[in-house]
Write a protein that binds this ligand. Structure first.
Ligand code: GLN
Length: 306
């Protein structure tokens, strides 16, 4: 298939949307990012790589980090993880408190903020304060074979200083005994994980590990069975885009995960991983150009899982 030609065609097709939406500004450090950037990287399981635009520019992965923390906690806890966090789509915003209140402090899934604050707590209990940050970064570095991937403490600090809603979520979780550690420490780890910076090339490499469904997963000391990897993909399919998960499934037809830094990763098991980055977001917090480019990609290549 002429992937490069298709990608360049898609790049032209999305141009009418290029000025729609704006970058996340509730995190002050993210408001400073130039919104008019676009990158894409497609990595085939067989090894070929195709790129567009700023595929090598790093950005804040934000909620894409929730896939990595889920992988780590599932590896640590196995089935017991599901006592503390569910696997149902939330149908509500990523930072919503409402459902958490009437469901007595058990987050719907690990990809909304409440769920990822619980997985942060699990990592903290297991590794302790300093080690948790180190082990998380080592895992991400191992996944993409690149040792200079780092946290951006300025972004984490910026979010912590305005993160009232996430703090409210953490307090509600603690009230319901679903947080074991000090709230400040849990939020610090959560914000640090969100602040990791990667580019499209590195994210596509990292997510090929989740697309590989014919061998057990073992990266940076984190081990998962083939079934666990499939289940992570299932949660990406149903919960990866918050209250737009149905829309993404409907239009793109792949498991994936977005973040408010404007990145979206999607994968086709056994075939490819693709990452798109563009900071302008829609009202649900998902990249406008990213969503459109992926919809066109699976339509024009006829390569979606359905
Ligand atoms: N750090 C962000 C937050 O907690 C992540 C949100 C996202 O990417 N959807 O609000």
């Amino acid at each position: 298939m002429e992937y490069q030609t298709i990608l360049e065609h898609i790049y032209q097709e999305i141009q009418p949307l290029a000025k729609e939406g704006k970058q996340a500004d509730y995190i002050p450090a993210l408001a400073k990012v130039n919104p008019d950037q676009f990158g894409l990287c497609l990595r085939l399981m067989k090894g070929k790589v195709y790129e567009l635009g700023a595929a090598d520019v790093r950005f804040s992965i934000q909620s894409i980090s929730k896939v990595f923390s889920l992988a780590m906690t599932l590896s640590l806890k196995g089935e017991a993880l599901w006592d503390r966090v569910g696997v149902e789509p939330s149908g509500s915003a990523f930072n919503s408190l409402v459902q958490l209140e009437y469901e007595h402090g058990k987050p719907r899934n690990p990809f909304i903020n409440a769920g990822a604050i619980v997985t942060s707590d699990i990592l903290l209990s297991h590794y302790g304060r300093e080690q948790a940050e180190t082990v998380f970064l080592e895992f991400v570095r191992a996944l993409c074979g690149n040792n200079d991937i780092c946290y951006n403490p300025e972004v984490a600090e910026s979010e912590q200083s305005t993160g009232y809603l996430n703090a409210s979520i953490a307090y509600l979780l603690k009230y319901h005994h679903n947080i074991e550690n000090d709230i400040h420490d849990v939020l610090h780890l959560y914000f640090m994980m969100c602040s990791v910076e990667m580019n499209c090339r590195e994210l596509s490499q990292a997510f090929l590990a989740f697309a590989r469904s014919n061998a057990p997963f073992n990266h940076g000391g984190i081990e998962l069975t083939m079934s666990q990897v499939k289940r992570i993909n299932a949660i990406m399919q149903t919960c990866g885009f918050y209250d737009e998960a149905g829309e993404f499934s409907f239009k793109v037809g792949l498991p994936g995960k977005s973040g408010v830094g404007g990145g979206i990763v999607a994968l086709y098991p056994s075939r490819y991983a693709i990452t798109v980055w563009s900071p302008r977001l829609n009202e649900k917090g998902n990249s406008i150009l990213g969503m459109k480019a992926l919809e066109l990609f699976t339509t024009e290549t006829s390569e979606s899982i359905f």
